[in-house]
Structures are given as C-alpha cells and as structure tokens.
Design a protein around this ligand. Sequence first.
Ligand code: HAM
Length: 447
Amino acid sequence: MKYSALKGAQDIYPPDVYIWQTIENAAKEVFSAYGFQEIRAPIIEYTDIFIRSIGETTDIVEKEMYTFSDKAGRSITLRPEGTAPVVRSYVENHLYNLPSPQKFFYSGAMFRYERPQAGRYRQFFQIGAEAFGISEPKIDAEILSMLKLFFERLNIKDLKFEVNSIGCEQCRPAHKNAIRDFFSSKIETLCPDCKRRLDINPLRILDCKVDTCKKLKQGAPRVTDFLCDACRDHFNELLSLLELLKVPHVINPEMVRGLDYYTRTTFEITCKKLGAQNAVAAGGRYDRLVEDFGGPPTPAIGFAMGMERIKALIKSSAKQDIPAPQVFIATIGVPAEKEALLIADRLREKGTWVEVGYAGNSLKSQMRRADRLSAGYVFIIGDDEIKSGKVKWKKLSDSTEGEISFQAVDDFFANEPKETKKKSEQITKKKRKLPSEKHDRYHRWKY
Ligand code: HAM
C-alpha cells in the first residue's frame, strides 16, 4: 500500500523549509516594527462565521469550503482564510476593550477546494495582519508601506501594488443597480451562477472566473464612478500618503475582491513572474465586519499573503543560507562513542548544533557525512584520545586542526581556536583537497 498526500496539499521539508522560516522571520520582524502582535485562532470554526463574512454568493463559500458535520451534527469548516476567525476572536474575547488600535498578525494553513495548479493549492499557507479601530487612511498607507518593506527585506522585486476603493454602504447601492442594469441585457450569456447572482449580489459577476462572463464584464460600470464624498476623500488621502511614503502604486478601478466583507480601500500586490496566479498578497478595509459579528462599530483593515507564492519568488531570485551543524563528532570504538555522547550533550545544552556518528560507521564515512552536512568542525575521538584526555579537532572550511582537552571542549565555541599547529598551517596553504583525499589524510592519523 502506497500513501500519498492529498491532491493540492504539499509536504515542506529541508532545505525548502528554510525558505519558509526566512519568510516567517522577516514577517515577524517587519510587522513587529509596526506594532502588530501575534494572534493564533483555531483552524476550524463554525461554518456560519465564513458564510456571514465572506458572503453566501462568493466562490469561496459556494464552491471551495471544506465543510463537514461533527459528531454532534454541527456544521464545521476548515478556515478558507484568516480574517473571519480573527474578527470572531476579537469580538468573542472583547479585545475591543483594550486600548485602540489593536493590531494582529497570524500565519498558518488555509483550505480551499480549488482546482490545483502552479501557485494554487487546496491547503496553502498565509501570513496575514489585521488592524482594528482606525478609520483614517493613514493606517491603509502604513500597511502598504509595511508590505513594501517586507518584500524589500526578502529582496523580492518586480511587484505591482494595485489599489482601489470599492466604496461603502452609502455609495454601493447605486453601483449595484448600475451593474444589474448592465448585465440584465446579457443575462442569457451569463453562467448559471451569475444568472443567480444578478438578483442577489450582482457585484460578484465582476469576480466570476468563467471565460464567457469575464468577456461580458468589459465596459461594466466602475465603482470608482459611484463613490460618495467621504469615500472619495478617503481614497484621495490614501493616494497622497502613498506618494509621501514612496510606495509605488497603480489604481486599478476594475479590481474587485472575491470576498464580500470589503469596504473602501482594497489592494492586491501582483507579480508577473508568478504566471496565472499572480497575486502574492491582497487585502482591504472591512469597516462593518466587527459590528456584523456582534461587536461595537470598529473600522478595520488587513491583508494576507500567500506563502507558497512568496517562496516561489524567493527561490527564483535569491540564494538561501542553509544552516549547518557547528560540529560533527566522529568516533572510533565504544568508549569514544560514549564520551562523544557526553560531550555532545554538554555542548547542546549551550545551544550548539552537534551531530554524532552512528552505528559503527567507519571514520571515513563519518568524515564524509560531516562534509555533506557542511559541519563547521569535526571532533575526532578514538582510544588514543580517551587515553590522552584530548579531542582532535579540525575546521572543515580551512583545514586547520588542533587538540583540546576533554574539560576545555565545553567552551570550545565560546573561545574558537585561533592558534593551530604548524602542520595545519601548511595544509591551509595547499589547494583545497577533494573530499576523498581529505578523508584519506584522516586515515593516516593512526586509524
Ligand atoms: P485572498 O485574496 O483570498 O484574501 O487571499 C490572499 C492571498 O492568499 C492571495 O493573494 C494569494 O497569495 C493567497 N492564496 C489565496 N488562495 C490561494 C490558494 N488556493 N493557493 C495558494 N495561495 C492562495 C484573503 O484571504 C483575505 N482574508 C485577506 C484579508 C485579510 N483581507 C483583509 N484582511
């Protein structure tokens, strides 16, 4: 019986996992500088939370959710996104009673039953952030500036920051009516879903992925032509702050986000290098959602980034530092193996990454493994070393070598050796040897 991962779900393991850690660390560092603190919400939630927020007629809710009944018959959903759970948590835990604004970030797996393709998965990872309590466009601009800094940190280039405003409940009805009028004459050509959406939620037609509907939306009324004065002022102020903060951006009046909760500012950061699934991050304001979830009126804004897509951009643009053990302890004989375990334990207590040889491997194969792991040093312990009470060490990068007593070895990395034997000085002047030659030289060390 051979098992495989579910379609659209991926394993992440070394060395790629280091790229993931680089992304997470950069996010933590940059977001913390803007006052965002980590929040961890559950992966499963009651289904209603997503229906109420993302919207009944969206693709996510209609087609993509992993929903099931638990043993008590309650409808449960694996989170397709992170905003609704964070808003639920904010309201349920009365986080609005804390000094405003409250700013959170999160990372973790999301689940959508989409057709898997490059950059689109059924289990994918997002890093997101949500800021509660600020209606000023200043926070909108700060968030976009924070994203610019984050991508700069990772040396990711060629990004396009697309911004738009989709108005509020004041200006949206007029746009909705105009959209309904626009598509009414084309109803026969709309896909079955959009025929239904025309009545209930015509804005969603603008987001339909079916080819015929995509063609039909050319020339459809744009929401930016319907903005009320307050929304227009908010948007204009955002644009001038983006100029001030030097965040290059373009206005995309056709951008409609695939989730219903947005109000006013929406944005997407795209990269051509990603192909069809080109959005690397996306978000916007959702000034009504906290209230819809039973909290006090609280403006809010956030975004989420697709980690797989960021990883793809890093892989295509940068070299990764892959961590390596600081020392590999190679041993000959059982007493030496035991001594090595004790030394390894003591060094590990100090936070040193130590690898040891296993299962009677020859010194040659242990040296080969140390080389393959790119260990910083090799310690060698055999019967002679046990007798003399001294460990032989060798620095693999420059072939310097020396000896150190068993007692002093604990502080080896605190005072990395500078002085080396004359013999090793000669060795460093030589051309770097091929691994096999190098190991032969160890063999000549009595073993
Ligand atoms: P979203 O646009 O659905 O927004 O997703 C945000 C990002 O997640 C996308 O730009 C993309 O990079 C990544 N993503 C989405 N679906 C997939 C997938 N199937 N496979 C791989 N990556 C994917 C949201 O999720 C909102 N919650 C963002 C937000 C936060 N708005 C306000 N606050």
